[in-house]
Design a protein around this ligand. Structure first.
Ligand SMILES: *Cc1c(COP(=O)(O)O)cnc(C)c1O
Length: 362
């Protein structure tokens, strides 16, 4: 069986070493030494001033919305994981969807201005598959209309734009360190901001609003993460360069085997980007070809995934929007092929050969 993804696991001894330390200290959570160490190590690796480690990437988005005190409407992308939209609704705001650019699969900045009303407070965009949004265009619009910007960077670990981490952009960027992500801490996430006041607010939100043991600065939630999760992160961080390298290698192998023969396309990567290859999506020219390919691959015990599906305006607690033509159409024919650390060249060759055979011989 070849699944779409498999979590990276380091040698178990390395994790056990960290766990031994946790046992000695008997300090399991609440800003322990490993959580601190992970935050410092990530700052150093990503070359960023501020970040806060959280218990997942969804709480990270919710804390970001709370910290910026967003109200009313938030302009967002319909082509993302459900957590992007559900967090907006959970925080009592209304998602207003803007269609994606069919080439990059990210929110189309040329359509954003028309969606702005006097209730709009922010733009929440996802760097889909780790491919940067048009951050310059979004920044210009946000400045012009005095809107906040949050990026859901759940896929963006390791992507660089002009040499800088993609987590640098917007008022806040969030990410996920879930087991299926390229860099993971089993469950986990983070918030990033260049503004120290915003970081201070998010630190309160993450820890029940505690300002000392008996005082509360503002409303909070439990967004902390544990020493066990931080331990996994610290060990996995030792392997991050080899994880990124391996993904790039396998992605290039898929590219060379599938294209130009395949009647499908790959998302266009943003200018001056060192892309992390966190997923391997292909967009088929039509939905029938998608379904035929999926069925045949499943018969061969290969399980790619329709990701993202459905378009997020089609989940039950928001309003469907017929104008989102690209999000609707692409979510129905996009396929993420298996891509993970232990995927072998032979497996990539097998998958590519099958996909082309299905296209050419049915
Ligand atoms: C994984 C993911 C999230 C949620 O992260 P969790 O850590 O699983 O809560 C949010 N947005 C996107 C785009 C994701 O892929």
């Amino acid at each position: 069986m070849i699944p779409v993804t498999k979590p990276f696991l380091p040698p178990i001894e390395k994790y056990q070493e960290k766990v031994n330390g946790i046992w000695q200290r008997a300090w399991l959570t609440n800003n322990g030494p490993l959580v601190n160490d992970l935050e410092l190590s990530l700052k150093k690796y990503l070359n960023l001033k501020h970040l806060l480690y959280t218990n997942n990437g969804t709480i990270a988005i919710q804390i970001a919305i709370k910290a910026l005190d967003l109200k009313g409407e938030i302009i967002t992308t319909p082509f993302s994981y459900v957590a992007t939209t559900s967090s907006i609704v959970w925080e009592g705001c209304t998602p207003v969807f803007v269609d994606i650019d069919p080439e990059s699969l990210n929110i189309n900045p040329r359509l954003i201005e028309a969606a702005i009303t006097d209730k709009t407070s922010a733009i929440l965009a996802t760097h889909v598959y780790g491919n940067p949004c048009d951050v310059d265009a979004i920044d210009l619009i946000a400045k012009k209309y005095n809107l906040k910007v949050i990026y859901d960077g759940a896929h963006a670990f390791g992507t660089k734009v002009q040499g800088n981490s993609l987590f640098e952009f917007g008022d806040i960027t969030t990410t996920s360190f879930h087991a299926t992500k390229l860099f993971h801490t089993i469950e986990g996430g983070a918030v990033f901001s260049n503004d120290s006041e915003t970081i201070a607010r998010m630190a309160f939100h993450r820890n029940f609003g505690h300002d000392g043991p008996e005082k509360f600065a503002m409303v909070g939630i439990n967004g902390k993460n544990s020493e066990f999760h931080a331990a996994m992160g610290l060990v996995n961080l030792e392997y991050i360069d080899s994880i990124l390298e391996q993904r790039k290698k396998m992605s290039h192998l898929y590219d060379s085997l599938l294209f130009p023969q395949l009647n499908a396309y790959r998302p266009k990567i943003y200018d001056q980007t060192d892309y992390n290859c966190s997923y391997y999506p292909i967009v088929f020219n039509d939905e029938a070809q998608f379904h035929k390919t999926l069925t045949e691959l499943n018969i061969a015990n290969i399980f790619p995934r329709r990701y993202f599906y459905p378009s997020l305006d089609r989940i039950p607690y928001v309003k469907e929007d017929p104008s989102l033509v690209h999000s609707h159409s692409i979510s129905e024919r996009v396929m993420c092929l298996p891509l993970f650390y232990t995927l072998s060249e032979e497996e990539v060759q097998l998958i590519a050969r099958l996909i082309l055979r299905i296209q050419n011989y049915g």
